[in-house]
Each structure stands twice: as structure tokens, then as C-alpha cells.
Design a protein around this ligand. Sequence first.
Ligand code: ASP
Length: 465
Amino acid sequence: MDSLKHIDQEITVSGWVDNRRDHGQLIFLDVRDMTGKIQVVVNPKVSARAHKTAEKLRSEFVVSITGKVNNRPEKLINPNLATGTVELEAANVKILSEAKTLPFELGDTKKVNEETRLKYRYLDLRSERMTKNLRLRAKAASLTREFLNSSGFAEIETPMLSKTSPEGSRDFLVPSRMQAGKFYALPQSPQQYKQLLMIAGLEKYYQLARAMRDEDLRGDRQLEHTQIDLEMSFITQDDILNLAEAMMVEIVEGCGKKVLEKPFPRLTHEEAMKKHKADKFDLRENPPAGGKDPETFAFAWVTDFPLFEKDEESGKITFAHNPFSRPKEEAVEKLMAGKDLLELRAQQYDLVCNGYEIASGGLRITDPKIQRKVFEIMGLSKNQIDERFGHILEAYEYGAPVHGGIAVGFDRLVMLLANEENIREVIAFPVSSSGQTSVMDAPSEAYPKLLKELHIKIDIPKSKN
Ligand code: ASP
């Protein structure tokens, strides 16, 4: 792309042969690097040697080409190419690496079958769309960090090997070699750690955190996803909503998109259910020509979610968001008395965008007595509570600030920014819909030696074989 600044000068371009066209005497190449593409013309009258080498080139060979940047004659300008006004006149062509014929073309790789695309993800990522998506993702991440850093947040990492922290999904387990028969859980979110960081006095924490959830996959779900995870102390719910709102505007507008309504409309859960019959909805108008404007982002807050809900399978009462959500002040008395549980509301909110739940969060319980009660209502015995959550209940006995936070589904956000329909399109190495990893063959069987060290015997029922 910089070639435009070097008219009549000699430059060297290194990259991949995107395309080769033989016009008898002249050979035309499109050469692609991370900045874009440029047309190269190889003329035997300029260099017979370069022309000889260029005859051997095939698509996706890696080359290094030195030559002069010429303005193209008016009628040969290519308006579809950012460098369409110039071409590189090759004086020297060097082949750095040859390439086999690719298993698919790099045009619209969405048409390629999923298994092949993911097996050769490194080729899929060469396509213009995928490269653009990954760069957009990097930009959104960088806007996020800039915003939060300048708002006084500290970026802090939390462990991947940890104890289970329920977010309503199944845990991934990792066996411990040093402590035979014991397991770590991969975090479903950094929830408890960010609460502990508030008790530690950090006041403003964030992290672009990986969250691992062993659940069935859909277009907007993966086994691991990235969250913009944050937590703040000495705040009200409004402080968090205002901050998250400013952050979202910064990211979305920084990526060149429009925000439909500022400040974002705020509805209670009850209002949303009445008005939209759902807790997520799309506020963009549907023009008669069909299709909603993908350049516009319609955000809305939904607040005051129920504290509890009925688990569909067991019929038991369980938390609606996570077990740490703080009940609304007026709900505390009934909660402690165990009354009208399904009617109680929490200081818990979601951010909705164009029909998706894009973020959710809440204020947290800081009184260990209330926290214990919530665990009891979920059906845990005293022993179970102490075994699973004793650490955090104890932490709250040493002085805790009022605090709360939010986690933004970063993959989903980038998916919307990129106008894609599946988060796989904005993740470098996603898993397939059956949970198979890109390029590498996982999950796969473990070496017997490893299993032995871990004291693990595999026992698969016949039905699963
Ligand atoms: N841990 C929550 C989640 O992953 C977010 C939060 O409450 O901050 O949805």
C-alpha cells in the first residue's frame, strides 16, 4: 500500500502471488502482503531473468520483487484496488517459497465446507475477509484497552486453572498430576477473582478474559470465548452502566459504525418482556426493502432481572445470572424469609444490541449472611456451601466495598462490527460445531503414559463408542 508514496522509486515487495496472468510477452502478477495487493508487470525487455523466474510462479508462491513504481496510464487504472493507480515494474523476482495448489480458493471461503476450512484455517485466514475481521478484532481490543486504561482501570490476569465458579454452564476439568484424583476447573468467567480483587482494594479491574463453558454450540457460542470483563468499587448501578455505555460508544464509533440512540434506552426486565416479549430485541427499524442496517448499532439496557429462576430440568430454584447477584434493597427481607422467591429482583442488567445479549453484569452481594442464604435457596447444604464457597464467604468478612461489574461478549461484539453471522468468523482458531479444534486434531486420545501419571482409567459406555 505504501507503494503510492514511492512513484518513480525502486521498492521491494515481499508477499504471496495472489494471481498470475500471462499475456504472451508480459506477465502480470498481483502480489499480496499484509497491507494489501499491488499489480506487478514483468517485462522481458526490462529483465529477461525476472521474466524467466516469473514464468515458474503459481498462485500462493511466496516472492520478493524489486522494481520501480510507475503510474498507470489513465485507462488502465483499476478502481477496485487500493493501489490501482500504480504498478510495479519488476527488475528482479525472487522465489522465497513454492506452494502446492490450495484445497480451496481464497475468494468467498464461507462457501467452503466447514471441516476443510478449519483444517486449513491458516489458508482460510489468508482471505481478504478473514484478514480484515482479525484486524478489526485487534482494533476493537485496542480501543477497549485505551478507554479502560485512561479511565483508571488496571488490567489484571486471573488463573485459568481454578475451582469451579458457576455461571450456569458445565465446567471443563483438568486432572492434577501432583494431587492424584483431584481436578482443576477452567473458569466459566473470572467472576469470583474479580470480586476478590475488589476486596483487595484494586477498585477498578479489567481483563480481556477467556471464559470456558462446556455447552452445546451455536452460531454465537464457542467452547471458549473472550469477555471484556470489568469490576468497580464504591459505585452505583448507574455508574457501571454509564461507564460501559461510554466504552461501547468508543469501540463502535472508533470502528467507524453508528450508534442509533445515545444515551442508550433503559428498560426494566418487566418492561422489556411486556414491550418486546423477550429480554433481547432489535430496536433498528426493518426497512421495507428488507434487511437491517448493519452499520448501525442499537443498544438498550435491560435492568432489574429476576434474582432466581426455576431450573427447567430439575424444577428447582436456581440463580438467574450467577449466585453473586445482589438483590434489590427491597427484596432482601423476603429473600431472608424465603418468601416470593421467584418474584424477587436483582441489581442485575444486560446490554442488548441488534437482537443479541452483548453484555451482562450486576452489583454483588457483599454481606456473607445474604450470600449464604442464596446458596441455601439453591439447595446447597451447609457443608456443600463451606466446601465450594467457604473461601469467598470468608473473604467478605474482612471488609468489602460495594462493587459490581459487567462482562461484554467480545466475540459477539466483533461479529456485529464485522457484519458476520457466526462468531467463528472473527476468531482466529475456533472449534467446529462439533467441538473439533482448528488445524490440530483435538480433542484426541491421551497417551497411555500421561493417563497413568494422572491415575485415570477410561471407561466409555458402549453407547458412546
Ligand atoms: N461473570 C458474568 C458473566 O460472565 C459477568 C458479570 O456478572 O460481570 O456473564
